[in-house]
Design a protein around this ligand. Sequence first.
Ligand SMILES: [Zn+2]
Length: 465
Amino acid sequence: MNILLYNTLSKSKESFTPIENGKVGIYTCGPTVYNFAHVGNLRTYVFEDMLKRVFMYNGFKVRHVMNVTDVGHLTSDADDGEDKIAVGARREGRSVWDIARFYEKAFFEDADKLNIIGPDIKCRATEHIKDMINLIERIEKNGFTYISGGNLYFDIEKFKDYGKLSGLSVSDLKAGARVEVDTNKRNPRDFVLWFTRSKHGNQDMQWESPWGKGFPGWHIECSAMSIKYLGDRIDVHCGGIDHINVHHTNEIAQSEAATGKKWVNFWLHGEFLIMDKEKMSKSAGEFTTLKTLEDRGYEPLDFRYLCLGAHYRTQLAFSYGALESAGKGLKNLTRRIAELKNLPVSATYEQRKNIYREKFISFINDDLNIPKALALLWDLLRDEDMSSADRLELACEFDSVLGLGLKNSAVKEIAVPEDVTVLIKRRTEARAAKNWDEADRLRDKIREKGFKIEDTPAGQKVVEL
Ligand SMILES: [Zn+2]
């Protein structure tokens, strides 16, 4: 099956070919565990989950590695500021270890609620310090580093093609670099591989190293852990587009400087979730988490459904209105599935099923066109020429990619207020007496109270409007 994916490296859609037949190695940059994940981050993880599910649907055996950053990620991605975990610890008056473990757990709980399939290997930075040191030694041996002011830096001038992912030349990148505060750097885009006491001497998390006691730079963990668990070459690496210019560019430089080989074949990046035209980030003030949405009465999967409605390479405008509509859409979808379960089983038509299946595959394999796949699911559910059993079976099959939990969907018992129950009873009596005018009048009254009566083959049903 041909899968087309937009590769940030080539800036074009390319046909996916795995390094090893039938298998895909995926590395996704994980959370920095110093606070709850905001919904903008969660959109990226939903996109990566879709990607993984598309590979699985196509029959690939997926090996997915995700890191957990519990040390070394400074408040700026470009080595400025303080360690984020230390900031979190001070904010909450707890130890750095407490903070890291607490928010790691919270992150994976959020991911679970969003039906995100967990990684096969979840690796913490603090548990791979030795691997990082080993990799840095290889980079150093190959001549890509220098020591300045006690820190070990990566010298980007030594790495030809430094700008290959961003599409920017080294001079463009130099010009675009923020006003540099670290005077130890030869080039503003050089980055730290290992910090020693010269910076953040009071850092709680420190380890012995050939360059002195200290802690790793942020980028090295992803290179070290992906090479450890996926080998020198990997099929797919992804993350948010904000990682292209610094983090992923530096990951490539480090990995390829160490191994001398092309590291990643496909780079995929998810676009931002935007709120009030601003990129949603913790520094921008607005800090919306999954819990914020739950506290407002939304289900986590309402958010997943919202994400599925926009292609991963387009910005998604977040608003509570949009989330409300997504929630309603998902509720209707769940209801239709549950109704299908109640309908009598009739003949199945393999040919018709295959037409849907082929269309579905053509959409998901075209650089993850999930919005189209979702529209197809709706067409399928409305297709009266298909038997209920066929529709149900295919919908559940498609959901192995969409991850909306449709298999388990059932019509939830809704709380019907006492006065509405009385009206429903009177309407049933009016219909039994063939008093249609009265039945219609009562139907309107029930509507005014926010409920609707539907007459289905499985009997009468009350639906919330
Ligand atoms: Zn990373």
